[in-house]
Ligand binder design. Structure first.
Ligand code: WTA
Length: 645
């Protein structure tokens, strides 16, 4: 069975693209008719990019969990909503039907209510990939509390900053999380994050690893106890109910922190209706999801990909979403293929970095794995190199499955540019065509639209979007001006993505990577300024400059140039100390791959670090470093080149 808004042919793609560009309000109102509204909207779209102000379906009332769960119950109560595959393959798989999901979400919503969490309150969720994480996210949405999920790899300091920024009052966590052979002590990290915190009133702890934890009277409560109490409150004579909060279309649904080129991560805010419609529409169309398919997105729910394509998009579409707790290489590098074989997965959505890593373990991990259930493959998070694309195509899809290269961002809510599986053509390394509703434009440094093709017939420049689609961010939490400056002020009247792109004569887009100081490490966004600030926290560091360099597996690695004036011991120990400092301040994901100690940094006379030169050196370039005559001290360049690690 297909969906009323499913694009079934190339001709329909072009027709829908045109319709959405010409009359976005009519086009999206038609899509919105396929959702459950308590009250219909007054106006489909109202916007300007100068403030910015973006409103979709203003006046409409709904609750996203009624769309993700309740409306499926009449026909799909016993259908699996979530299939959970644990870290350890010996452990029992858990299958959560829509009826069970309904019960658990109602139960957790009741727990929140019992603990005085109200609509609009901010709830921080710091958990491993367990079904309870889904219950927590959806439980918040059910009562209208704004969730802010924090990836389990972030440190106590990072969490503390986010708690402070969001003024969060409630935390959901686990005693620990399994990651391959490791146990990550999540509750202990939360305890550290809460030192000095003044807003958090309660911490609820789900038992996953039986890691010993401290439990503070009056603040810390157990998930299991609270869920038991709530169960009796929501279930009467076998009927489960918890009335969902009626939300305005434009009420915030969640905050997700993401890195930019300056300062601390910002809290990207998505709202209820537009985000729901965008994630569902894109989920169905890009993967060409059909009822009954098993969808496996390997992302973590701590990132936007997990929010949109493990939870909200698939559930609103009534899909079966496979949720995986572990890592691709445990117990061995055949883990993904075992899961696909075991659960007869139809759609696999993963990151190029995971593919490159699995490739490097050799093809023997594929032997004897039955992958014939696969119909569609997808990638996300970073550009995919042709070698990885072909490996994916040959070994996983056996040249029978379309591969979609989906380009999007935390800020965009869901995918903006991709081929549609089996409907629009793929081009290896290219995200290809924009979704209906997305109007990209390539501009030069000054913001003028690039219209002249280069010698290869390509338009080349910075990627912007001309008009809002339903899933665009609405603001950055607590600081609307920051949202304006970051995304809407670089060039007038467009949303600036921060990415560079090429466009070919057929209208396909290829994303070439960030043009700002944001790195993409294994598909994770990290700002160079953030890493520099963390390195500079080390007592012996005078100054540092961080750039990205090409990395075979991670896509990009972190290269740090550091001026050091502290205790002069062993250089390697010093490097480890600096890495440890970064892990404490941000999290292990931001540890530099390379640290080079330097006497000085290449600076202009006005004191600005010339990153362009450092980037070239980190990339291994020795000859063409460009103009260095404007440097305050051109001699440092030779010294840095000689000391390259
Ligand atoms: C990059 C992840 C090339 C891009 C969904 C973007 C990609 C950043 C692709 C957003 C792709 C994402 N091809 N680059 N298919 N997908 N990117 O916010 O630089 O974690 O700006 O969202 O990842 O990262 P974020």
């Amino acid at each position: 069975m297909s969906y009323p808004f499913q694009i079934n042919s190339l001709a329909q793609y072009h027709a829908d693209y045109k319709a959405a560009a010409e009359n976005p309000d009519v086009f999206w109102a038609n899509v919105a008719e396929n959702f459950y509204w308590r009250k219909k909207w007054d106006k489909a779209l109202d916007w300007n990019f100068t403030e910015p102000k973006i409103e979709w379906f203003a006046g409409g009332k709904l609750n996203i969990t009624e769309n993700c769960i309740d409306r499926h119950l009449a026909t799909m109560a016993d259908k699996p909503a979530i299939i959970w595959e644990p870290n350890n393959p010996e452990e029992r798989v858990r299958t959560v039907t829509y009826a069970r999901l309904h019960k658990r979400v109602c139960q957790f919503a009741q727990v929140l209510k019992n603990n005085a969490v109200k609509k609009g309150d901010r709830v921080c969720i710091y958990m491993g990939m367990v079904p309870e994480l889904a219950y927590a996210v959806l439980g918040c949405a059910r009562i209208g509390a704004i969730h802010s999920v924090i990836f389990g790899g972030f440190s106590a300091q990072s969490i503390a900053d986010r708690l402070e920024d969001a003024q969060a009052t409630f935390i959901v966590t686990c005693d620990g999380a399994y990651r391959g052979e490791k146990v990550i002590p999540l509750k202990a990290v939360i305890d550290d994050a809460l030192i000095g915190n003044k807003t958090v009133k309660k911490v609820i702890v789900y038992t996953r690893t039986r890691t010993p934890v401290s439990m503070i009277k009056g603040r810390d409560i157990w998930w299991e106890d609270e869920m038991d109490i709530a169960e009796d409150q929501i279930e009467k004579n076998g009927v489960v109910s918890f009335k969902a909060e009626e939300m305005d279309a434009e009420d915030p649904l969640f905050i997700l922190y993401t890195s930019g080129s300056t300062g601390k991560p910002k809290g990207v805010v998505h709202t209820c209706a537009g985000y729901m419609i965008w994630t569902t529409y894109t989920f169905v169309n890009m993967f060409q999801y059909n009822q009954g398919d098993i969808h496996f997105c390997t992302a973590d729910i701590g990132w936007i990909t997990g929010h949109s394509y493990i939870l909200y998009g698939p559930l609103a579409a009534g899909a079966t979403s496979l949720m995986f707790e572990g890592i691709p290489t445990f117990p061995n590098a055949g883990r993904f293929w075992d899961i696909i074989d075991k659960h007869q997965v139809n759609i696999l959505y993963t990151a190029p970095t995971a593919l490159r890593s699995l490739m490097s373990f050799g093809d023997e991990h594929l032997l004897g794995k039955n992958l014939t259930s696969l119909k569609t493959l997808g990638t996300v998070g970073e550009p995919i190199n042709e070698e990885a694309w072909h490996w994916y195509d040959d070994n996983i899809g056996k040249n029978k499955c379309p591969i979609i290269d989906t380009w999007w961002q935390t800020e965009t809510g869901g995918c903006l540019i991709t081929n549609l599986a089996g409907i629009t053509p793929a081009k290896p390394g290219w995200a290809t065509l924009p979704m209906p509703g997305v109007q990209p434009v390539i501009v030069d440094e000054k913001g003028n639209e690039v219209t002249e093709a280069d010698e290869h017939g390509m338009l080349k420049g910075n990627l912007c979007i001309k008009a809002p689609w339903p899933g665009i961010l609405r603001t950055t939490y607590g600081d609307h001006e920051r949202c304006r400056v970051n995304y809407f002020a670089t060039y007038p009247n467009v949303y600036f993505t921060g990415d560079g792109a090429l466009k070919d004569a057929e209208g396909n887009y290829r994303i070439t990577g960030r043009v700002d100081d944001v790195l993409n490490i294994s598909g994770h966004r990290i700002g160079t300024a953030e890493v520099e600030n963390a390195i500079n926290m080390h007592s012996g560091v005078v100054e540092s400059a961080v750039v990205g360099y090409p990395h075979d597996i991670k896509g990009q690695g972190i290269y740090a140039f550091v001026i050091y004036n502290g205790h002069h011991g062993d250089e390697n120990l010093r490097r480890q100390d600096i890495s440890q400092t970064v892990a404490k301040i941000i999290g292990a994901i931001a540890k530099p791959d390379k640290i080079q100690f330097v006497k000085g940094l290449p600076k202009t006379r006005s004191g600005k670090i010339m990153r362009r030169i450092l980037r070239k050196i980190a990339e291994g370039e020795t000859e063409n470093l460009g103009d260095i005559t404007t440097l305050l001290d051109p001699d440092v360049v030779a010294e840095i080149k000689d000391g390259k690690v």
